[in-house]
Ligand binder design. Structure first.
Ligand SMILES: [Mg+2]
Length: 372
């Protein structure tokens, strides 16, 4: 089972962090205005991995001795660290253009391990001041951020600006935040489940469990949560529906938990009052990290069609266990189909509120500092 992929901010050094020149002495080390403030803000408010990517022509040759490079380079890193800006990774190519080294930008040779499918490059950015940086963004399958006082004229550039403050505003606004997604594969001797979720979706997807009524309920979850969910469930229905319903709930709960990650910046709590013809339901949810289900429901019938109503409680209990949430549910007496549907709809809509991102917030809504 995989968690969500991380995004990367590839950042050029010269012309982006410090002024463009051969920085071979401390005197030549001049920071670009607002770079520290901006990187600090991006670090605090986003989940990007920071990777410095730089060509440093001819380091370790007579024209650019290694120490002349290392001393100011280390000072740049130390100064940024003092502002809580730490790079997760640094990739520097020392070759000269005429060497034709495959490690040089815009070639991706020195970044190949970021292209192994484990990283969310589609929602990653390369910040640079040269054409080669924007070509590198293209070659990585990422977007470019062009820090320059002239236009780039390139299609893959998401932002053109001469201001680090604009870059920070762009990268910390809700629009560029990555969709929270997860992929869960759950294979046992009783069921086989493949489930993909995007909790920043539009309420689309196809869920197939082989159980008509259950598919109908899960379709309500997709539509009303606005999550995109694709799930294929194959289970031992020749026994009964128990394993398929339970394992679907476990897979869905795990997927939501994975997609939420460390839950920074989310609402955490959600609730919904919902009426449906002759019944009204009430659901509240807290993605606290702890499982608890309070299910104040009396179904009028034991079965809805061939679907046992006892499995509805079991579905939500299993979801709570896997997602790590508190879930309180009640519904008035009435038509059993309506009772069930009102519960699934309210559950979905309460989740939608709980997972919503609070604009500008990157903190965890807990005095403990974690929601695990
Ligand atoms: Mg540069």
């Amino acid at each position: 089972m995989k968690g969500k992929k991380k995004r990367v901010l590839f950042i050029d050094r010269d012309g982006v962090i410090v002024e463009e020149c051969q920085v071979d002495s401390l005197e030549k080390m001049r920071f670009i205005p607002h770079v520290m403030q901006a990187l600090c803000e991006i670090r605090q408010k986003t989940d990007f991995e920071f990777v410095m990517v730089s060509n440093q022509d001819g380091v370790n040759t007579p024209s650019f001795p290694l120490d002349d490079f290392l001393i100011p380079h280390q000072r740049i890193l130390d100064t940024l660290r003092g502002e809580d800006v730490v790079f997760d990774d640094i990739r520097i190519d020392y070759s000269l253009p005429e060497d034709g080294c495959p490690g040089r930008k815009p070639s991706t040779a020195m970044l190949e391990d970021y292209m192994n499918g484990d990283w969310d490059l589609e929602h990653s950015f390369m910040i640079g001041d040269r054409e080669t940086d924007m070509k590198l963004a293209d070659n990585l399958g990422a977007k470019g951020i062009w820090l320059h006082d002239e236009k780039s004229g390139r299609e893959n550039v998401a932002l053109e600006t001469d201001s680090w403050l604009e870059i920070a505003a762009f990268l910390t606004c809700g629009d560029v935040k990555a969709h929270r997604k997860a992929h869960v594969e759950r294979i046992t001797k009783e069921t086989s489940i493949i489930l993909d979720i995007d909790i920043d979706g539009t309420g689309e997807g196809a869920v197939s469990t082989g159980i008509g009524f259950f598919d109908h309920m899960l379709a309500q979850v997709v539509r009303h949560s606005m999550f995109n969910i694709d799930a294929q469930v194959t289970g031992d229905l020749w026994i009964d529906v128990h394993h398929s319903v339970e394992d679907s709930a476990l897979a869905l709960g795990k997927a939501v938990r994975d997609a939420l990650g460390d839950k920074r910046g989310i609402n955490r709590y959600g609730f919904e009052l919902l009426c449906m013809d002759d019944v009204h339901s009430e659901v509240s949810i807290d993605f606290s990290g702890r499982p608890e289900l309070v299910f104040d429901v009396n179904f009028t019938r034991q079965d809805i069609g061939t679907f046992p109503t006892e499995m509805i409680r079991h579905f939500f209990k299993s979801f709570c266990d896997a997602a790590g949430c508190n879930l309180y549910m009640s519904v008035s007496e009435g038509n059993s189909h309506h009772q069930a549907e009102a519960l699934f709809k309210a559950f979905a809509r309460a989740m939608r509120t709980a997972v919503k991102r609070i604009p500008g917030s990157s903190s965890v809504v807990s005095t403990k500092g974690v929601l695990e």
